[in-house]
Design a protein around this ligand. Structure first.
Ligand code: MN
Length: 225
């Protein structure tokens, strides 16, 4: 049985950035709905005991859509904390030293990274997710994913040249290729922000930085290095 993550904070703790009412619908109804659908679709099948990431990488259709949305929402809700603990750009280095160093190396500053990330969230057409992911060499990449998309479906092209990279294909070995590792995500489906921000997606995205728990993102980054 698949389950939603247990929230690492109380339902009202993200206010005023994300209201209790949004949490009641988004976590309590939308995520629960995806979990219920996934359990119905996989019960008694080979997918029943697969890790979510594997299902997302290797399936399509309704199973992919529901598994993707469970995985995406678990990562989304896990990465927040109360705005009372907000970390300014200048303090990200203290909380997430390895990630901050890599962000600065690629974007120049945490502020410049945040600007590009939020802009990609604003420009994503329709429903989807904007992601920061790591490649196996530690470099970072921002991607936009439609619908239930997750970067674990994207191949990591950084692992050396073709000559020292074993050619693996799941079609004959069952082993998936190396993929991007998701670190941080902002949900840009309207259900994530409409009750609190109506159509102002940019304001919602800007506010999310004040509840981002950089420690969680740093852990996701360092565990994948
Ligand atoms: Mn959502």
């Amino acid at each position: 049985m698949f389950k939603p993550i247990d929230l690492p904070y109380a339902i009202e703790e993200l206010e005023p950035v994300i209201s209790s009412r949004t949490m009641e619908f988004h976590y309590g109804k939308h995520l629960q709905g995806y979990v219920d659908n996934l359990n119905k679709l996989t019960s008694g099948s080979i997918y029943e005991n697969w890790p979510l990431e594997r299902i997302v990488r290797l399936t399509g259709g309704a199973i992919f859509n529901n598994a993707g949305q469970v995985l995406n929402h678990n990562l989304y809700f896990e990465q927040f904390q109360s705005p009372e603990k907000a970390v300014g750009d200048e303090d990200v280095t203290a909380v997430a030293p390895k990630l901050a160093a890599q962000i600065s190396a690629q974007w120049g500053s945490v502020a410049a990274f945040k600007e590009e990330f939020a802009a990609k969230g604003v420009s994503l057409f329709g429903s989807g997710w904007v992601w920061l992911s790591a490649k196996s060499d530690g470099t970072l990449v921002i991607t936009q994913e439609q619908g239930a998309g997750n970067p674990v479906t994207r191949e990591d092209d950084s692992a050396g040249g073709a000559e020292n990279k074993p050619k693996r294909s799941r079609s004959y070995s069952g082993t998936p290729k190396a993929t991007l590792r998701p670190l941080l995500t902002f949900d840009v489906w309207e259900h994530a922000y409409y009750l609190d921000y109506q159509n102002a997606r940019a304001s919602y995205l800007k506010s999310l930085w004040t509840i981002l728990n950089w420690k969680v993102i740093e852990e996701r980054y360092t565990v994948s290095l």
